[in-house]
Design a protein around this ligand. Sequence first.
Ligand code: AQP
Length: 339
Amino acid sequence: RKTIFSGIQPTGVPHLGNYLGALQQWVRLQNEASPDTTLIYSLVDLHAITIRQDPTQLRQWKKESFAMLLAIGLDPKRSIIFHQSDVSAHAELMWILSCGASTGYLGRMTQWKDKTASSSSGSGGNLKLGLFSYPVLQAADVLIHRATHVPVGHDQAQHLEFARQVANGFNETYGGDVLLPPETLISPAKRIMSLAEPKKKMSKSHANLKSRLLLTDSDDAIRGKIKAALTDSDASLSYDPGQRPGVSNLLDILFYSGEMIDFEDQVELAKHLEGHSIKALKEKVALTVINVVAPIRADFDRLLHDEAALEAAAHDGAEKARKSAQVTLESVKKAVGLF
Ligand code: AQP
Protein backbone atom coordinates (compact mmCIF):
# COMPACT_ATOMS: atom_id res chain seq x y z
CA ARG A 1 0.00 0.00 0.00
CA LYS A 2 1.21 3.45 -0.94
CA THR A 3 1.17 6.55 1.25
CA ILE A 4 2.07 9.80 -0.46
CA PHE A 5 3.10 12.75 1.68
CA SER A 6 4.20 16.24 0.75
CA GLY A 7 4.15 19.75 2.20
CA ILE A 8 4.27 23.41 1.32
CA GLN A 9 5.09 26.35 3.57
CA PRO A 10 2.30 28.90 4.04
CA THR A 11 4.80 31.72 3.51
CA GLY A 12 2.69 33.53 0.91
CA VAL A 13 0.27 32.91 -1.91
CA PRO A 14 1.64 30.00 -3.96
CA HIS A 15 3.20 31.02 -7.28
CA LEU A 16 3.50 29.38 -10.67
CA GLY A 17 6.82 27.79 -9.66
CA ASN A 18 5.18 26.07 -6.69
CA TYR A 19 2.39 24.93 -9.00
CA LEU A 20 4.49 23.61 -11.87
CA GLY A 21 7.22 22.25 -9.59
CA ALA A 22 5.04 20.60 -6.96
CA LEU A 23 1.31 21.28 -6.58
CA GLN A 24 0.31 20.16 -10.06
CA GLN A 25 1.94 16.82 -9.36
CA TRP A 26 0.08 16.50 -6.04
CA VAL A 27 -3.22 16.79 -7.91
CA ARG A 28 -2.13 14.36 -10.61
CA LEU A 29 -1.04 11.83 -7.98
CA GLN A 30 -4.40 12.21 -6.27
CA ASN A 31 -6.37 11.78 -9.48
CA GLU A 32 -4.36 8.79 -10.64
CA ALA A 33 -4.08 7.05 -7.26
CA SER A 34 -5.56 3.62 -6.76
CA PRO A 35 -8.27 3.46 -4.07
CA ASP A 36 -5.95 1.95 -1.43
CA THR A 37 -3.39 4.79 -1.73
CA THR A 38 -3.40 7.31 1.11
CA LEU A 39 -2.58 10.90 0.16
CA ILE A 40 -1.47 13.37 2.83
CA TYR A 41 -0.69 17.02 2.08
CA SER A 42 0.39 19.44 4.77
CA LEU A 43 0.70 23.19 5.12
CA VAL A 44 3.93 23.15 7.06
CA ASP A 45 3.48 26.20 9.26
CA LEU A 46 6.10 25.06 11.80
CA HIS A 47 8.64 25.25 8.98
CA ALA A 48 7.33 28.69 8.02
CA ILE A 49 8.32 30.13 11.42
CA THR A 50 12.00 29.20 11.01
CA ILE A 51 12.00 32.71 9.56
CA ARG A 52 10.27 35.35 11.63
CA GLN A 53 6.69 35.90 10.47
CA ASP A 54 4.16 38.56 11.31
CA PRO A 55 1.42 36.67 13.26
CA THR A 56 -1.54 38.33 11.51
CA GLN A 57 0.06 37.82 8.14
CA LEU A 58 0.88 34.17 8.89
CA ARG A 59 -2.74 33.47 9.93
CA GLN A 60 -3.93 34.98 6.67
CA TRP A 61 -1.40 33.04 4.57
CA LYS A 62 -2.40 29.80 6.28
CA LYS A 63 -6.02 30.39 5.33
CA GLU A 64 -5.17 31.42 1.79
CA SER A 65 -2.81 28.49 1.27
CA PHE A 66 -5.45 26.06 2.48
CA ALA A 67 -8.00 27.55 0.07
CA MET A 68 -5.40 27.34 -2.69
CA LEU A 69 -4.81 23.62 -2.16
CA LEU A 70 -8.53 23.08 -2.68
CA ALA A 71 -8.64 25.51 -5.62
CA ILE A 72 -5.95 23.63 -7.56
CA GLY A 73 -8.06 20.48 -7.33
CA LEU A 74 -7.13 18.64 -4.15
CA ASP A 75 -10.25 17.00 -2.77
CA PRO A 76 -10.45 16.91 1.04
CA LYS A 77 -12.61 13.79 0.82
CA ARG A 78 -9.84 11.96 -1.03
CA SER A 79 -6.65 13.59 0.33
CA ILE A 80 -5.85 14.45 3.93
CA ILE A 81 -5.09 18.18 3.92
CA PHE A 82 -4.03 19.78 7.20
CA HIS A 83 -2.01 22.44 9.01
CA GLN A 84 1.15 20.84 10.44
CA SER A 85 0.86 22.60 13.82
CA ASP A 86 -2.59 21.04 14.35
CA VAL A 87 -0.86 17.67 14.72
CA SER A 88 1.58 17.90 17.63
CA ALA A 89 3.03 14.45 16.87
CA HIS A 90 5.17 16.08 14.13
CA ALA A 91 7.04 18.20 16.68
CA GLU A 92 7.18 15.37 19.22
CA LEU A 93 8.74 12.94 16.76
CA MET A 94 11.13 15.65 15.65
CA TRP A 95 12.47 15.97 19.19
CA ILE A 96 12.97 12.22 19.52
CA LEU A 97 14.73 12.07 16.14
CA SER A 98 16.91 15.08 16.87
CA CYS A 99 18.33 13.22 19.86
CA GLY A 100 19.90 10.83 17.35
CA ALA A 101 20.66 13.24 14.50
CA SER A 102 24.28 14.18 13.86
CA THR A 103 25.03 17.91 13.81
CA GLY A 104 27.93 17.24 11.41
CA TYR A 105 25.58 15.79 8.82
CA LEU A 106 23.07 18.62 9.24
CA GLY A 107 25.84 21.19 8.86
CA ARG A 108 26.74 19.73 5.48
CA MET A 109 23.23 20.22 4.04
CA THR A 110 23.45 22.47 0.98
CA GLN A 111 20.63 24.77 2.06
CA TRP A 112 22.21 25.35 5.46
CA LYS A 113 25.62 25.97 3.89
CA ASP A 114 24.03 28.49 1.48
CA LYS A 115 22.34 30.30 4.34
CA THR A 116 25.53 30.28 6.43
CA ALA A 117 27.54 31.68 3.54
CA SER A 118 25.04 34.49 2.99
CA SER A 119 24.49 35.38 6.67
CA SER A 120 26.04 38.64 7.81
CA SER A 121 28.45 37.05 10.26
CA GLY A 122 29.55 34.45 7.71
CA SER A 123 29.87 31.90 10.50
CA GLY A 124 26.17 31.36 11.08
CA GLY A 125 26.27 33.10 14.46
CA ASN A 126 23.07 34.91 13.62
CA LEU A 127 21.26 31.87 12.31
CA LYS A 128 18.64 30.12 14.35
CA LEU A 129 18.55 26.60 15.70
CA GLY A 130 15.20 25.94 14.01
CA LEU A 131 16.67 26.64 10.61
CA PHE A 132 19.57 24.30 11.32
CA SER A 133 17.33 21.44 12.47
CA TYR A 134 14.72 22.03 9.77
CA PRO A 135 15.61 18.75 7.95
CA VAL A 136 14.89 16.80 11.16
CA LEU A 137 11.37 18.26 11.28
CA GLN A 138 11.02 17.46 7.60
CA ALA A 139 12.08 13.87 8.30
CA ALA A 140 9.54 13.69 11.13
CA ASP A 141 6.79 15.03 8.81
CA VAL A 142 7.33 12.20 6.38
CA LEU A 143 8.11 9.41 8.84
CA ILE A 144 5.24 10.11 11.23
CA HIS A 145 2.77 9.18 8.46
CA ARG A 146 4.79 6.16 7.22
CA ALA A 147 4.99 7.79 3.79
CA THR A 148 6.19 5.46 1.06
CA HIS A 149 6.49 8.15 -1.62
CA VAL A 150 7.37 11.82 -1.24
CA PRO A 151 7.01 14.15 -4.24
CA VAL A 152 9.47 17.05 -3.97
CA GLY A 153 11.45 19.45 -6.12
CA HIS A 154 15.12 18.75 -7.00
CA ASP A 155 16.30 21.04 -4.19
CA GLN A 156 14.68 18.81 -1.56
CA ALA A 157 16.23 15.51 -2.65
CA GLN A 158 19.08 15.83 -0.14
CA HIS A 159 16.66 16.33 2.75
CA LEU A 160 14.78 13.19 1.75
CA GLU A 161 18.03 11.23 1.72
CA PHE A 162 18.54 12.52 5.26
CA ALA A 163 15.05 11.31 6.21
CA ARG A 164 15.92 7.81 4.95
CA GLN A 165 19.14 7.81 6.98
CA VAL A 166 17.27 8.95 10.08
CA ALA A 167 14.72 6.15 9.64
CA ASN A 168 17.39 3.49 9.06
CA GLY A 169 19.47 4.81 11.96
CA PHE A 170 16.49 4.69 14.31
CA ASN A 171 15.59 1.15 13.23
CA GLU A 172 19.18 -0.02 13.72
CA THR A 173 19.42 1.59 17.16
CA TYR A 174 16.11 0.38 18.54
CA GLY A 175 15.56 -2.74 16.45
CA GLY A 176 12.65 -3.66 14.23
CA ASP A 177 11.03 -1.68 11.45
CA VAL A 178 9.47 1.10 13.46
CA LEU A 179 10.14 3.79 10.84
CA LEU A 180 9.70 3.37 7.11
CA PRO A 181 12.38 4.92 4.84
CA PRO A 182 10.45 6.73 2.06
CA GLU A 183 11.10 6.92 -1.67
CA THR A 184 11.64 10.28 -3.36
CA LEU A 185 9.47 11.23 -6.34
CA ILE A 186 11.22 14.06 -8.15
CA SER A 187 8.89 16.47 -9.91
CA PRO A 188 9.28 16.38 -13.71
CA ALA A 189 9.19 20.19 -13.89
CA LYS A 190 12.46 22.09 -13.54
CA ARG A 191 12.81 25.01 -11.19
CA ILE A 192 10.94 28.04 -12.47
CA MET A 193 13.10 31.14 -12.14
CA SER A 194 12.36 34.68 -11.03
CA LEU A 195 11.01 36.91 -13.81
CA ALA A 196 13.18 39.78 -12.56
CA GLU A 197 16.40 37.86 -11.80
CA PRO A 198 16.23 34.67 -13.86
CA LYS A 199 19.34 33.18 -12.25
CA LYS A 200 17.44 32.97 -8.94
CA LYS A 201 14.42 30.77 -8.38
CA MET A 202 10.90 32.16 -8.28
CA SER A 203 10.09 32.47 -4.60
CA LYS A 204 7.08 33.38 -2.43
CA SER A 205 9.01 35.60 -0.10
CA HIS A 206 11.18 37.67 -2.45
CA ALA A 207 10.62 41.40 -1.93
CA ASN A 208 10.08 42.11 -5.64
CA LEU A 209 6.41 41.38 -6.39
CA LYS A 210 7.11 41.40 -10.12
CA SER A 211 9.50 38.46 -9.75
CA ARG A 212 6.68 35.93 -9.40
CA LEU A 213 3.41 34.98 -11.05
CA LEU A 214 0.86 34.27 -8.33
CA LEU A 215 -1.93 31.77 -8.75
CA THR A 216 -4.22 34.65 -7.70
CA ASP A 217 -2.94 37.17 -10.28
CA SER A 218 -5.43 38.84 -12.62
CA ASP A 219 -5.03 38.38 -16.38
CA ASP A 220 -3.68 41.92 -16.62
CA ALA A 221 -1.18 41.36 -13.83
CA ILE A 222 0.07 38.21 -15.57
CA ARG A 223 0.43 40.04 -18.90
CA GLY A 224 2.21 42.96 -17.22
CA LYS A 225 4.69 40.83 -15.26
CA ILE A 226 5.57 38.67 -18.25
CA LYS A 227 5.95 41.70 -20.49
CA ALA A 228 8.39 43.17 -17.95
CA ALA A 229 10.31 39.90 -17.49
CA LEU A 230 14.06 40.32 -17.90
CA THR A 231 15.39 38.78 -21.12
CA ASP A 232 18.46 39.71 -23.21
CA SER A 233 19.30 41.74 -26.28
CA ASP A 234 19.39 38.79 -28.69
CA ALA A 235 16.23 39.05 -30.80
CA SER A 236 16.14 35.36 -31.78
CA LEU A 237 14.74 32.50 -29.73
CA SER A 238 16.88 29.68 -28.35
CA TYR A 239 16.90 27.50 -25.25
CA ASP A 240 20.09 27.91 -23.26
CA PRO A 241 19.52 28.29 -19.49
CA GLY A 242 23.22 29.02 -18.82
CA GLN A 243 23.67 31.82 -21.37
CA ARG A 244 20.08 33.00 -21.81
CA PRO A 245 18.35 32.43 -18.44
CA GLY A 246 15.47 34.89 -19.03
CA VAL A 247 14.32 33.56 -22.41
CA SER A 248 14.92 29.96 -21.30
CA ASN A 249 12.77 30.52 -18.21
CA LEU A 250 9.92 31.75 -20.42
CA LEU A 251 10.31 28.64 -22.58
CA ASP A 252 10.30 26.48 -19.42
CA ILE A 253 7.10 28.16 -18.27
CA LEU A 254 5.52 27.61 -21.67
CA PHE A 255 6.68 24.00 -21.82
CA TYR A 256 5.49 22.99 -18.36
CA SER A 257 2.26 25.02 -18.50
CA GLY A 258 0.82 23.00 -21.33
CA GLU A 259 2.93 23.05 -24.46
CA MET A 260 4.91 19.99 -23.40
CA ILE A 261 2.23 17.73 -24.81
CA ASP A 262 3.36 18.54 -28.34
CA PHE A 263 7.14 18.78 -27.90
CA GLU A 264 9.92 16.50 -26.75
CA ASP A 265 11.70 19.24 -24.82
CA GLN A 266 12.26 22.99 -24.60
CA VAL A 267 14.91 22.93 -27.37
CA GLU A 268 12.33 21.50 -29.74
CA LEU A 269 9.75 24.02 -28.53
CA ALA A 270 12.23 26.87 -29.20
CA LYS A 271 12.84 25.52 -32.71
CA HIS A 272 9.13 25.42 -33.38
CA LEU A 273 8.90 29.07 -32.32
CA GLU A 274 11.86 30.16 -34.49
CA GLY A 275 11.07 33.47 -36.17
CA HIS A 276 8.92 34.68 -33.24
CA SER A 277 10.09 37.87 -31.57
CA ILE A 278 10.66 37.95 -27.79
CA LYS A 279 7.54 40.12 -27.62
CA ALA A 280 5.51 37.44 -29.41
CA LEU A 281 6.96 34.75 -27.14
CA LYS A 282 5.95 36.79 -24.10
CA GLU A 283 2.41 37.16 -25.43
CA LYS A 284 2.17 33.42 -25.99
CA VAL A 285 3.53 32.67 -22.51
CA ALA A 286 1.06 35.12 -20.96
CA LEU A 287 -1.89 33.48 -22.73
CA THR A 288 -0.80 30.02 -21.65
CA VAL A 289 -0.28 31.08 -18.05
CA ILE A 290 -3.67 32.85 -18.00
CA ASN A 291 -5.27 29.59 -19.15
CA VAL A 292 -3.68 27.79 -16.18
CA VAL A 293 -4.27 30.48 -13.57
CA ALA A 294 -7.77 31.83 -14.41
CA PRO A 295 -9.79 28.75 -13.34
CA ILE A 296 -7.66 28.30 -10.19
CA ARG A 297 -8.12 31.98 -9.29
CA ALA A 298 -11.89 31.76 -9.75
CA ASP A 299 -12.15 28.72 -7.45
CA PHE A 300 -9.80 30.33 -4.93
CA ASP A 301 -11.94 33.50 -4.72
CA ARG A 302 -15.08 31.45 -4.17
CA LEU A 303 -13.48 29.18 -1.55
CA LEU A 304 -11.84 31.98 0.41
CA HIS A 305 -15.22 33.55 1.06
CA ASP A 306 -16.69 30.37 2.50
CA GLU A 307 -14.88 30.53 5.86
CA ALA A 308 -17.11 27.95 7.53
CA ALA A 309 -16.41 25.36 4.83
CA LEU A 310 -12.66 26.08 4.96
CA GLU A 311 -12.57 25.70 8.73
CA ALA A 312 -14.56 22.49 8.59
CA ALA A 313 -12.20 21.04 5.97
CA ALA A 314 -9.12 22.01 8.02
CA HIS A 315 -10.65 20.52 11.17
CA ASP A 316 -11.50 17.29 9.41
CA GLY A 317 -8.03 17.07 7.82
CA ALA A 318 -6.33 17.63 11.19
CA GLU A 319 -8.38 14.88 12.80
CA LYS A 320 -7.48 12.36 10.11
CA ALA A 321 -3.80 13.40 10.19
CA ARG A 322 -3.72 13.04 14.00
CA LYS A 323 -5.00 9.49 13.70
CA SER A 324 -2.43 8.65 11.05
CA ALA A 325 0.41 10.13 13.14
CA GLN A 326 -0.62 8.58 16.43
CA VAL A 327 0.13 5.04 15.28
CA THR A 328 3.80 5.85 14.53
CA LEU A 329 4.29 8.04 17.59
CA GLU A 330 3.12 5.24 19.87
CA SER A 331 5.46 2.64 18.37
CA VAL A 332 8.37 5.12 18.46
CA LYS A 333 7.74 5.95 22.12
CA LYS A 334 7.48 2.27 22.95
CA ALA A 335 10.72 1.49 21.09
CA VAL A 336 12.59 4.27 22.91
CA GLY A 337 11.21 3.30 26.31
CA LEU A 338 9.06 6.35 26.90
CA PHE A 339 6.24 3.95 27.65
N1 AQP B 1 10.68 28.29 -8.34
C1 AQP B 1 10.25 27.06 -8.17
N2 AQP B 1 10.17 26.22 -9.22
C2 AQP B 1 9.72 24.95 -9.05
N3 AQP B 1 9.33 24.44 -7.86
C3 AQP B 1 9.39 25.25 -6.79
N4 AQP B 1 9.08 25.06 -5.49
C4 AQP B 1 9.31 26.20 -4.82
N5 AQP B 1 9.79 27.15 -5.64
C5 AQP B 1 9.84 26.59 -6.88
C6 AQP B 1 8.54 23.82 -4.93
O1 AQP B 1 7.34 24.14 -4.27
C7 AQP B 1 7.17 23.22 -3.17
C8 AQP B 1 6.74 23.98 -1.95
O2 AQP B 1 7.73 24.88 -1.58
P1 AQP B 1 7.88 25.41 -0.11
O3 AQP B 1 6.90 26.44 0.15
O4 AQP B 1 7.83 24.27 0.85
O5 AQP B 1 9.36 25.97 -0.03
P2 AQP B 1 10.26 26.78 -0.96
O6 AQP B 1 10.91 25.85 -1.95
O7 AQP B 1 11.16 27.56 -0.10
O8 AQP B 1 9.25 27.74 -1.76
P3 AQP B 1 9.34 29.28 -2.04
O9 AQP B 1 8.23 29.58 -2.97
O10 AQP B 1 10.70 29.71 -2.46
O11 AQP B 1 8.97 29.92 -0.68
P4 AQP B 1 9.84 30.79 0.33
O12 AQP B 1 10.08 32.08 -0.39
O13 AQP B 1 8.98 30.97 1.52
O14 AQP B 1 11.11 30.06 0.62
C9 AQP B 1 8.49 22.48 -3.01
O15 AQP B 1 8.34 21.15 -3.47
C10 AQP B 1 9.46 23.24 -3.87
O16 AQP B 1 10.45 22.40 -4.44
